[in-house]
Ligand binder design. Structure first.
Ligand SMILES: NC(=O)C1=CN([C@@H]2O[C@H](COP(=O)(O)OP(=O)(O)OC[C@H]3O[C@@H](n4cnc5c(N)ncnc54)[C@H](O)[C@@H]3O)[C@@H](O)[C@H]2O)C=CC1
Ligand SMILES: C[N+](C)(C)CCCC(=O)O
Length: 427
């Protein structure tokens, strides 16, 4: 198909998703356990992503380069072929759209493997693509776990792999891709810093810290889980954060007023709680939450709920400050100077995201320029406009999703050199 034809089909898919927003959001809530309130936002970001790449599909082009003597060259932006998408369980529908949007816009086919913990909603996405006019076999869903993922990565007909998941799996994917000289996009974990200066608007900074930590039960790769607070406002800020955290409504994710649902599964819940136990042993103070939450509704009593947790008295070398917990656990760390906080913020193997709250615009830009992270926020956190590229530095991966940048990762350039004169042979 031409770019314009692909654009039309993708716009139709985006329209269907918009039309079925409520049904898909409900499915996603059942799939993942996040609140319906949040699932609706995920679905909105998903159709916006398809709409955005539909727009780009029609305008993909190469360039024309004039050479001496009337000769010239041009470039063609061509698809890679069959791309494999492997997703995590925290944003099942959205991750599938972030990968299939640019993949299909560039003219590729995609075989997508969701996490076995959240197999459902991406099947709906495949049905919607078909209904919208995506040719049969162009977007495919394969269910399975690690073994299935490996087979997909090793398949000789696969041209590219885009992976969202943990760092250890990311390493394995890169090794497999290396054997086949396949390009990879890796969206891996993080332990991102959020820096709150004393001149920040306190109300916004508190809201920002909650947004940075408690969406999707804290199971978000770009979460700002190391909250550095300028010592002057440490007490006021901490008190307010704890007060608001305690008010978060936990429970049945399908209820309108729920703001935190259930974690993905029992082993993960145990793991998150293990981090909290260890944090206490290492000297951190649990300022609120961290314990299991048992809803009143008897049918939910075995659910994987926990109260969101704020940890005080944290030190940079504690496990809860160094390792990704992937649960609703915020660590608060005081700081005194800009120089000091930047050094501490960057002292991590990860580099996915970072944020700063301040009213001083020069300081804000200076700080984000010094942060070694792919996605930085000034005076907000965890918003995701699809127009902006998203991806990591360091062990958080490479390649970008969203924005124009993703086109680079789902296409290849062919250069054509055209001779307009005679061949000047060396022989
Ligand atoms: N940077 C980002 O955009 C995001 C990163 N993540 C990261 O993902 C992790 C949580 O997600 P999980 O699903 O537990 O990660 P995971 O790495 O265990 O699994 C991710 C996906 O890879 C598949 N997989 C597992 N082993 C494989 C192998 N050897 N070969 C091929 N595929 C394999 C899984 O079935 C799943 O579909 C966290 O560390 C989090 O930070 C999660 C969401 C977004
Ligand atoms: C949508 N947002 C920014 C909250 C998270 C997106 C990254 C992820 O898949 O974890």
């Amino acid at each position: 198909m031409s770019g314009m034809e692909r654009c039309r089909v993708m716009l139709e898919a985006a329209r269907i998703i918009r039309e079925q927003r409520e049904e898909i959001a409900t499915m996603e809530t059942i799939n993942n356990g996040k609140s319906i309130f949040e699932a609706r936002v995920d679905i909105d970001i998903s159709w916006q992503c398809l709409e955005y790449y539909a727009g780009l599909a029609g305008s993909l082009a190469g360039e024309h380069i004039q050479l001496p003597g009337g000769s010239f060259g041009y470039t063609r932006r061509e698809p890679l072929g069959v791309c494999v998408g492997i997703g995590a369980w925290n944003y099942p529908f959205q991750i599938a759209c972030w990968k299939s949007g640019p993949a299909l816009a560039c003219g590729n086919a995609m075989v997508y493997k969701p996490s076995p913990f959240t197999p459902i909603s991406v099947v709906r996405l495949a049905e919607i693509f078909t209904e919208a006019g995506v040719p049969k076999g162009l977007f495919n869903v394969v269910q399975g776990g690690a073994a299935t993922g490996q087979l997909l990565c090793q398949h000789p007909d696969v041209a590219k792999i885009s992976f969202t998941g943990s760092v250890p799996t990311g390493m394995k994917i890169m090794e497999m891709a290396a054997k086949g000289i396949k390009p990879v996009t890796l969206e891996l974990g993080g332990k991102s810093p959020l820096i709150i200066f004393s001149d920040a608007d306190l109300e916004n900074a508190v809201k920002g810290a909650l947004m940075a930590n408690f969406l999707t039960q804290g199971e978000v790769c770009c979460n700002g889980t190391r909250v550095f607070v300028e010592r002057k406002i440490l007490d006021t800020f901490t008190k307010e954060v704890v007060k608001r955290t305690q008010k978060i409504k936990i429970g049945d994710p399908l209820l309108e007023d729920t703001r935190m649902g259930a974690l993905i599964n029992r082993p993960h819940l145990n793991r998150v709680q293990g981090f909290i136990k260890q944090a206490k042993e290492q000297g951190a103070e649990v300022l609120c939450g961290g314990d299991l939450y048992v809803p009143d509704d008897p049918k939910l009593k075995n659910g994987y709920y926990m109260r969101p947790c704020v940890l005080g008295n944290c030190k940079d070398d504690m496990t809860c400050v160094k390792e990704e917990i992937f649960g609703p656990v915020m660590a608060i760390l005081p700081f005194d100077t800009e120089e000091e906080v930047l050094e501490r913020a960057n002292a991590t193997k990860f580099g996915l995201a970072g944020g700063v709250f301040t009213r001083d615009i020069q300081k804000a830009h200076r700080v984000v320029a010094a942060l070694k992270a792919g996605m930085c926020f000034i005076n907000n956190y965890n918003v995701s406009p699809v127009e902006l590229p998203f991806g990591g530095y360091k062990s958080s991966g490479f390649g970008r999703e969203n924005g124009r940048a993703a086109i680079e990762y789902y296409s290849q350039l062919k250069t054509v050199c055209v001779e307009m004169g005679d061949v000047e042979s060396a022989f």
